[in-house]
Design a protein. Structure first.
Length: 145
């Protein structure tokens, strides 16, 4: 079994260096639409058994484009387990603004991705990712493919 992971296309907030998590959902940029379509063309002959996405619009839009460019299009299966993390007070803030407004919490937030596996937020994020993979696996195991 092969599993392909694709990150959503670049959004307006990505371009603005604005923090975007679970509740922030800015649209894909026009060039991102072209890039995702090109990737869809590159993967057009791959017969996917399923296409999963978080329910966020940027992720669903990316998945829909990939599916539309595939010779074997699939419905998008939305899984809440695939949502991005919650960014709390940082949601929608420019990175520089977050650093200036609350430097201690921003440092904790940005450092959490560099901590040793098994500690603090990193452990919770890893467990959430495993939960997402388990949800995908459960679906695949129960599907009549």
């Amino acid at each position: 079994m092969k599993i392909y992971f694709v990150r959503h296309g670049k959004t307006q907030w990505n371009q603005e260096r604005r923090l975007q998590g679970m509740t922030g959902d800015s649209p894909l940029l026009p060039e991102a639409l072209l890039e995702v379509a090109a990737l869809g063309d590159e993967l057009s002959e791959v017969r996917f058994d399923a296409i999963f996405s978080s329910p966020s619009k940027r992720a669903v839009d990316t998945a829909k484009i990939l599916s539309a460019h595939n010779q074997h299009p699939r419905e998008i299966i939305k899984k809440t387990e695939l949502f991005e993390w919650r960014l709390g007070i940082f949601e929608g803030m420019l990175i520089d603004e977050a650093i200036q407004r609350d430097p201690d919490n921003y440092e904790c937030f940005s450092a959490s991705s560099r901590t040793v596996l098994g500690q603090s937020d990193r452990c919770r994020k890893s467990k959430r990712r495993l939960s997402a993979l388990s949800a995908v696996y459960d679906w695949l195991a129960s599907a009549q493919l």
